[in-house]
Design a protein around this ligand. Structure first.
Ligand code: WT7
Length: 656
């Protein structure tokens, strides 16, 4: 980390927006002035200008009971109506909403009129299954149009979706279904990944079967199944329904009813510092306002002419805000791609950009770095001249990757917006405005208009330009999380207790302000790792490891990795009986696979080190900092607080 910081401090390159870009940009410098003059009034204007309100709100922000915020609380709207019907009513029904590309080459172009009709049918089906306002529906689908239609149909009827990433295991799915008490699960037989069909329905069957006898109340009445992979699936009569049997048969008349602005819209689980994922809860009016606003001004959406492509899966917040809600609320045309970037060939993404004329491209640094490794020859085989804006999200982007992105993908002209935000913040918080800001490779730069951030020390005192500290949000914002599902105490503890005197939101990230006051993100300051832009908790992986019968103890750290940003490195103590009977390599292999099955392939450790002891303080706390030194091949740091100071030399010797 320290070498990375040194590197960032010497970064002096600057890139002003091309004048033609600036002249046509949606986001202007005037937005900063308006927001600075009256922050709450600014959001009130945005909400009114951007959204259709069935009942206009009279109060913008209620912050009388922090940290529980209410935005636009007496207003009523329908989120799906704002993403669909109103565009059709305004005459844009023939505009393409989704340019879908299956991994196997299947294609579908879906207009706003068609998507609206489909969402109405799905809404009718769900209501027919007894789903209503406030009920939870889990979605476990590949990146197919039905995923977006499902999210919007659930929103349309005032219910709450919980999208579970298709790469998560049956176990992870089960805990999310149980925690939310989902009534219906929407899934597919399978989807295409890496050239073959990867099944999904069996994980749903297993998740639901496992619940029998577990003491957890079975809340799931129905499973709605999209046929996508064509793979054989088991069938539970009475519970399971084929999408193609029920959706096309449903009526496409469905009037969008108004719901309060604070009606919950979705729950999305994310890893924290404990073993149990947190169900981050977002509501309707504030979330949609900021998702739409940021997509418009940061991604510079011109709905009539742009083709937008955000490569995130809908199982992550980026997919919620910048695949489903932001672009559709803006009436944009976007690409939706089912598969992996390198299937069937390593130029697949660039081929898609060429084919659909993508003009705005939003992806993660980890993807950029892996393409960088493969060489510029691959993207250079394709015509990428349609690109006029690039975005980055999910982790710090190193200046080298930033420069490569600019030169090779952006043709040395397209501005790059490095956007910092989180599942909890719901929408972009720190980013350049591409027509205004002079960009710096590696810096997320400034808070967007209407958002107030600071970098502070442990006491909440602003560190000032030229210094590092902790990133906080100092004022409530419209798309802020409203809580953790079923656990208000954890919400307060995790984000608000640290700076309760000031009522600052603690983001969990370290950051530095340069001499201009621009923000440089430095990574997490807690036991949360960031692997390929996905958040993983050390505690969650440790608890999966000790759940294996061979493991006595485990400690997990995030070790820096050239491609994935961080990688999972696990140090495990194996029970004597297993050590005798198995080879260390065999044990390491099977533990990697075990974690993949327990949580999902993204959590699979890059390294499993089998050790005899773990470094602990006298009070028994594992010193992960020292393990990180070992995993990153560095000289081991200060060991004086260890109960047994010799233990690190033993571990280092074992690992080498
Ligand atoms: C964490 C949030 C935001 C959607 C994707 C991840 C890191 C995110 C950046 C960025 C540096 C970033 C932070 C943050 N992060 N964007 N542009 N520069 N770091 O959402 O899973 O909720 O993770 O991702 O550490 O806290 P998430």
């Amino acid at each position: 980390m320290s070498s990375q910081i040194d590197h960032l401090l010497t970064e002096t390159r600057r890139f002003a927006p091309p004048s033609s870009f600036a002249a046509a940009a949606v986001g202007t410098a005037e937005l900063y002035e308006r927001a600075a003059a009256d922050r709450v009034g600014f959001w009130s204007d945005q909400a009114r200008e951007l959204l259709h309100w069935h009942t206009p709100f009279t109060e913008t922000l209620d912050w009388s009971n922090p940290p529980f915020a209410k935005w636009f609380a007496d207003g009523e709207l329908n989120v799906a109506y704002n993403c669909l019907d109103r565009h059709v009513e305004a005459g844009a029904g023939d505009r393409v909403a989704l340019l879908w590309e299956g991994e196997n080459g299947d294609e579908r172009r879906i207009t706003y009129a068609e998507l609206t009709a489909e969402v109405k049918r799905v809404a009718n089906v769900l209501e027919g299954l007894g789903v209503g306002q406030g009920d939870r529906v889990a979605i476990y689908l590949p990146m197919i149009p039905e995923a977006i239609a499902s999210m919007l149909a659930i929103a349309r009827i005032g219910a709450i979706h919980s999208v579970v990433f298709g790469g998560f295991s049956a176990d992870s799915l089960r805990s999310r279904i149980d925690d939310a008490g989902a009534k219906v699960v929407i899934t597919a037989d399978g989807g295409y990944r890496k050239g073959k069909v990867s099944s999904l329905k069996p994980a749903v069957d297993q998740a639901l079967a496992d619940r029998n006898g577990s003491g957890v109340q079975d809340t799931v009445d129905h499973v709605l199944v999209v046929r996508r992979g064509g793979n054989d699936v088991a069938w539970t009569e009475g519970r399971d329904l084929w999408w193609h049997d029920v959706v096309p048969a449903a009526s496409d008349h469905h009037e969008a009813q108004a719901f309060p602005a604070e009606n919950p819209l979705f729950i999305l689980y994310t890893s924290g510092t404990t073993g149990k994922p947190k169900g981050i809860m977002h509501t309707s009016g504030g979330y949609l306002t900021q998702a739409m606003f940021t997509n418009k001004v940061v991604h510079d959406i011109h709905p009539e002419t742009d083709v937008f492509w955000c490569t995130a899966d809908i199982g992550w917040i980026t997919g919620h805000s910048y695949v489903t809600y932001g672009p559709l609320a803006n009436g944009a045309t976007q690409v939706l791609y089912e598969g992996t970037p390198d299937t069937p060939h390593p130029g697949r993404w660039w081929e898609i950009i060429q084919k659909y004329g993508v003009s705005i491209f939003y992806t993660a640094p980890t993807a950029i770095r892996s393409f960088m490794k493969l060489g510029r020859e691959i993207p250079q085989k394709f015509d990428l001249s349609s690109i006029r804006l690039l975005g980055s999200v999910g982790e710090p982007i190193n200046p080298e990757a930033w420069m490569w992105y600019r030169k090779v993908i952006g043709g040395k002209a397209a501005p790059i917006v490095d956007t910092w935000w989180q599942t909890e913040t719901g929408a972009i918080m720190i980013s350049a405005l591409p027509g205004v800001t002079e960009t710096k490779p590696g810096s997320a730069q400034v808070a967007i208009p209407g958002v107030s951030i600071e970098v502070v020390d442990d006491d909440g005192v602003h560190v000032g330009n030229g210094n590092g500290g902790l990133l906080v949000v100092t004022e409530p914002w419209p798309s802020m999380l409203r809580g953790i599902w079923g656990d208000p105490d954890r919400f307060v503890e995790t984000y608000w207790e640290k700076f309760s005197a000031q009522n600052y939101y603690f983001a969990g990230d370290g950051a530095r302000l340069d001499d201009d006051g621009d923000v440089w993100l430095l990574g997490r300051v807690d036991d949360v790792m960031n692997v390929s832009g996905h958040r993983l908790s050390t505690a969650e992986i440790e608890s999966a490891l000790v759940g294996n019968e061979a493991v006595a103890e485990a400690a997990v750290v995030g070790a820096s990795d050239e491609t994935t940003g961080q990688a999972v490195a696990a140090f495990v103590i194996i029970k004597q009986s297993y050590l005798a009977a198995h080879s260390p390599d065999g044990l390491a292999q099977s533990l990697r696979a075990w974690v993949g099955e327990q949580i999902g392939p993204i959590a699979r450790p890059r390294d499993v080190y089998i050790v005899e002891e773990l470094p602990k303080t006298r009070s028994g706390k594992i010193m992960r900092r020292l393990l990180r030194d070992v995993a990153e091949g560095r000289e081991v740091g200060d060991t004086t607080t260890l109960a047994d100071t010799a233990v690190m030399s033993v571990i280092s010797a074992q690992v080498r």
